[in-house]
Design a protein around this ligand. Structure first.
Ligand SMILES: [Zn+2]
Length: 297
């Protein structure tokens, strides 16, 4: 991206993830918190899933953050609130594709997993890579998760912009808010804005690249289940809360209710994240496995 002229900072894409919602509320009435951090761009604050936030649930009808694929955005007269809202947001801040009005979306989420500040990139965009590399060096709990997506098919809100960061902050129970995580989130969003300003001035491009660990999406895995889809085992206590740590083949991954270990049966090491995310039970995801590489960004 040559320069960043329009930025959307959003919260409440999931209505029970309160950090982004509270950040939206605070900044909406205190423009001085963010406005002068990136004067070269226009910044919009957006509360994405308003109806779900009212009832403090992830979604009202369906998951808003799975509603931004080209297919759903083109759906005629949809019934689900979230598809209607996705189409409305796409009209206002998109349209998804090369003609989009928005250069950068920073979408703030929470997770119950112990992921700290997880910076999720869906493309190898030069600005989001460069800025995120700076920030993992500045924030001790920040990690880069690269989740490559075909942008047209991708259902995430951020994909209606040219580039996006999905910020996953945890561990925080849904429907609750933690002070430490709120303050870290506010700080890192401000730093993204400052780095966008540096990018627009050509300063960030001149800084030496940083060596960073990149966790790339490999595959999601489900809990062991019986034919009726009942869960047969829990996340193993050795990996509960240990996102980003290496799991080698044969190491315990799940634990049955009668105390037996279920080992990881893959053929190569993996680095699980989103371990035991509560809202992924319904998606049949126990954790997302990633592969770790060292790269210069
Ligand atoms: Zn979320």
């Amino acid at each position: 991206m040559s320069s960043i002229k329009t930025i959307v900072i959003s919260g409440g894409t999931h209505g029970n993830e309160l950090t982004g919602i509270k950040l939206f509320e605070k900044w909406s009435s205190h423009k001085e918190c963010y406005a002068d951090r990136c004067p070269s761009a226009s910044i919009a604050l957006v509360h994405t899933n308003i109806e779900a936030s009212k009832i403090c649930r992830r979604y009202a009808d369906i998951d808003l953050n799975r509603s931004f694929s080209n297919k759903l955005l083109a759906l005629n007269a949809p019934n689900a609130y979230e598809i209607r809202r996705a189409q409305e947001l796409n009209q206002k801040y998109g349209p998804k594709g090369p003609q989009t009005k928005t250069d950068l979306i920073i979408d703030v989420h929470n997770t119950e997993a112990n992921m700290g500040l997880c910076l999720i990139l869906s493309t190898r965009d030069p600005f989001t890579m460069r800025a995120s590399a700076e920030l993992v060096c500045e924030f001790s709990t920040a990690h880069i998760y690269y989740q490559p997506e075909e942008r047209g098919e991708s259902p995430y809100f951020g994909t209606i912009a040219k580039a996006d960061i999905c910020l996953e902050v945890g561990p925080q129970n849904h429907g609750t808010i933690r002070a430490d995580l709120f303050e870290q989130t506010e700080k890192i969003v401000i730093r993204y804005l400052e780095l966008a300003e540096e990018w627009n001035r050509g300063v960030l491009q001149q800084k030496p690249k940083k060596k960073v660990s990149v966790f790339t999406q490999y595959k999601d895995i489900d809990y062991p289940r019986d034919p009726q889809k009942n869960i047969l085992a829990m996340i193993h206590q050795n990996i509960q809360g240990k996102d980003y740590l290496e799991v080698k083949p044969g190491m315990p991954m799940f634990r049955t209710f009668d105390g037996k270990d279920v080992p990881y049966s893959g053929e190569r090491s993996v680095w699980p994240i989103f371990i035991h995310e509560g809202s992924y039970y319904e998606k049949h995801i126990a954790m997302s496995l990633t592969l770790k590489t060292e790269e210069e960004w």
